[in-house]
Design a protein around this ligand. Structure first.
Ligand code: 3Y8
Ligand code: NAP
Length: 248
């Protein structure tokens, strides 16, 4: 058995530890999106595969027998490629997916289907918006330049930002509620923008927003292919052991 673990999330790190403990031969894969990703206890490769064809070639060349997609719920491109490549090669694939967040008492959420729909929901009057969606989709908010945006990024932006009024916070999660509450007060945040990542690493901002009575604009997850889904590491390990027993 030789497993490719598509990572980049907290759960992928937990999955890596479980594979090491079980003595299973596995490779951890990062996209190379950040300058110095957290090190993992597995052999690690960094960078794209080169689309579906590149991924198929990689799977064949490295004799991968099982693929675990533990990428972020918004990493839809990687999940689609993994689904296509594994179907083509008839390779077993499972997606480790954490449950989405749900609004609680005291929350003031506006739900939108996609991140692209968020700028339209912002008010016309100038506001102070905490953008906690990373840097890949900041350009969408150029449609509402009247707001001041507080951006939290993993790495410093390598180009000028497409927004006239910004504050950049460099930080890598997981975050704490107290820190996020203090940050929102210090920056006089009036709106919080998030994507429904689920998990614990990014939840603090929602708890802080609730404590401060701030509105949250929450983008729903993109639809992902495939129906072999595990909600935690134990389910993935049971799937691996079951398929090993069946000799696949
Ligand atoms: C490169 C690996 C671990 C994994 C930690 C989790 C938790 C902290 C919270 C906020 C939200 C955001 C962002 C976020 C979180 C965890 C997890 C998670 C959100 C690292 C990592 C990589 C990335 C990529 C990065 C994206 C960005 C998204 C920042 C490592 C730290 C906003 C998603 O600068 C960029 O281009 C950043 C790009 C994709 C979303 C985006 O579209 O910009 N994650 N994040 C992975 C790779 O190369 O394959 O550097 O160590 C991992 C983590 N980020 O093991 O502890 O599991 O979700 N990551 C979101 O959830 O909304 C921050 O600020 O409140
Ligand atoms: P994406 O849009 O789904 O993928 C774009 C391309 O990046 C993929 O086609 C693939 O390139 C490459 N890629 C993505 N994940 C990869 C991985 N784990 N290993 C190797 N190549 C990978 O991905 P994304 O949303 O930019 O996310 C990139 C990484 O950040 C993923 O590891 C994801 O788990 C992590 N992450 C993302 C978010 C988020 O909000 N999107 C949040 C936290 C962590 P090729 O086509 O060349 O193979």
């Amino acid at each position: 058995m030789r497993v490719l673990l598509l990572g980049g999330t907290t759960e992928a790190g937990q999955m890596a530890k479980a594979l090491v403990e079980a003595g299973i031969d596995a490779v951890y894969s990062y996209a190379g999106r950040t300058n110095s990703p957290v090190s993992q206890p597995l052999t690690t490769r960094i960078g794209g595969f080169g689309g579906v064809t590149g991924l198929i070639a990689y799977l064949c060349d490295t004799n991968i027998t099982h693929v675990i997609d533990a990428t972020h719920p918004f990493a839809a491109g990687m999940s689609a490629n993994a689904h296509q490549a594994c179907r083509k090669l008839a390779l077993p694939l499972i997606r480790l997916e954490r449950p989405p967040w749900a609004a609680q008492n005291g929350d003031n959420w506006t739900l939108v289907p996609r991140i692209e729909d968020i700028p339209a929901t912002l008010p016309d009057a100038p506001a102070r918006v905490f953008l906690a969606i990373g840097k890949q989709q900041i350009g969408l908010f150029a449609a509402k330049p009247q707001h001041h945006y507080v951006l939290r990024l993993v790495d410093a932006p390598d180009a000028t930002l497409p927004l006239p009024s910004t504050t950049v916070l460099l930080a890598r999660g997981p975050f704490t509620t107290q820190d996020d509450k203090t940050m929102m007060q210090e920056h006089a945040i009036t709106h919080v923008v998030a994507k429904n990542a689920g998990g614990i690493g990014a939840q603090a901002k929602l708890d802080a927003a609730r404590m401060l009575g701030l509105p949250v604009i929450m983008a729903d997850r993109p639809p992902l292919p495939g129906n072999n889904i595990a909600k935690d590491v134990a389910e993935v390990m049971a799937w691996l052991n079951h398929s090993a027993d069946r000799g696949v």
